[in-house]
Design a protein around this ligand. Structure first.
Ligand code: MRU
Length: 352
């Protein structure tokens, strides 16, 4: 399985996703600040993957601390949490992982554990978050594969694969599981301007797995659907609000509208760590605005004239009425999402 992120001795090692598919380069982060920087600069990206990275970064930062005494360690830990929280605003998995690590710290401190034991607990929990994410992706892949017919032509947007998770992937987990069940699947990967996660990362992963993959520009999806060449859409998510509205990579909303127009099922695949019941609807989800240079340049080539105004929102929100189902490790949930997602978060009954 693809090594997205791992803990090696005294460092956190991650594949540099900015360099793919041209080069397989691994970045070693030796401090929490280096991990935070790796998240901010997209060395690692994808909602579940950045949650795992933040948890590991916190554990690493605490492990490196020289302070004596739980109170001082707690103060340092709080600063590290603030550092991680300031990296990227949209994917809730980041904040979910930070909150979980805070609870782990508080429980260890309350139990009267020593500073060294608290460090061990945090490292163990960061590893657990990693392993649980792989298990969640495999489980949701299994549920999602039931929705994929034989000979399916599947459109996906951005990269919700092994690289975007601790391994196996969410949307690509569904595709992988279907392929493992012996179904023939052909994937259409939107290139996903401007960062090209689809062209660079989704295509790289699927080609490695021997799954037929056609890269298209984002503007081709509608015409393919109209020509009857797409059977279903499956995408990942960065945050799912309590009413089922879905924040995901910019362009996802366009794909969902097109799918509705052409009566094509539009599925969202995500672990429950992406569901945020404290955010009532999509309008409350913070949308990251990224550097204008991602739009104005391709490598060192300038694409736009000086003086042109630029917008670069990294995500958009798809209203829940366009979402056919949300596939999680606890089952497949459908509208009315306010009720079914609440159930999902309680450990929930599977609906299909
Ligand atoms: O900006 P990115 O590359 O972090 O955005 C990633 C996405 O939008 C993914 O679709 C989402 O995080 C789901 S990943 C399983």
């Amino acid at each position: 399985m693809l090594p997205t992120i791992d803990w090696h001795d005294d460092a956190i090692v991650m594949i540099d996703q900015r360099k793919l598919p041209g080069a397989e380069v691994y970045v070693r982060c030796r401090t929490a600040a280096e991990v935070a920087r790796a998240i901010k600069t997209m060395v690692i990206r994808g909602a579940p993957a950045i949650g795992v990275a933040a948890a590991m970064g916190l554990a690493l930062g605490v492990r490196r601390s020289k302070v004596t005494g739980t109170a001082k360690l707690a103060a340092e830990f709080q600063k590290l949490c603030e550092l991680m929280a300031a990296t990227r605003p949209t994917a809730v998995n980041l904040f979910w992982a930070i909150e979980r690590m805070k609870r782990t710290f508080a429980a260890a401190a309350q139990a009267g554990l020593s500073v060294d034991e608290i460090k061990d607990r945090l490292q163990a929990d960061a590893r657990a978050i990693h392993d649980e994410d792989v298990a969640a992706c495999r489980a949701l892949g299994h549920f999602g594969a039931e929705l994929v017919p034989q000979d399916a032509r599947v459109l996906t947007h951005c990269n919700a694969g092994a690289l975007a998770t601790a391994g196996y992937g969410s949307a690509l987990g569904v595709i992988r599981a279907a392929a493992e069940q012996g179904k023939r699947v052909a994937v259409f990967a939107d290139e996903t301007r401007p960062f090209l996660q689809g062209a660079r990362l989704t295509a790289w992963e699927l080609v490695r797995d021997g799954i037929q993959t056609t890269v298209i520009t984002d503007s081709m999806a509608g015409s393919l659907m109209r020509d009857g060449r797409i059977d279903l859409v499956v995408v990942g998510a960065d945050r799912i609000a309590a009413n089922g509205d879905v924040a995901n990579k910019i362009g996802t909303y366009t794909v969902a509208v097109l799918a509705k127009e052409h009566n094509i099922p539009f599925y969202v695949a995500a672990p429950v760590s992406t569901i945020d019941l404290s955010t009532p609807d999509g309008a409350q989800i913070p949308i990251e605005e990224r550097d204008r240079r991602e739009i104005t340049h391709l490598g060192s080539s300038q694409l736009t004239p000086e003086g042109a105004l630029i917008r670069n929102p990294a995500f958009d929100v798809t209203p829940s009425r366009l979402v056919s189902a949300i596939i999680t490790e606890r089952g497949v949930f459908r509208s009315p999402y306010t009720e079914t997602l609440a159930l999902a978060m309680q450990g929930g009954a599977t609906t299909s």
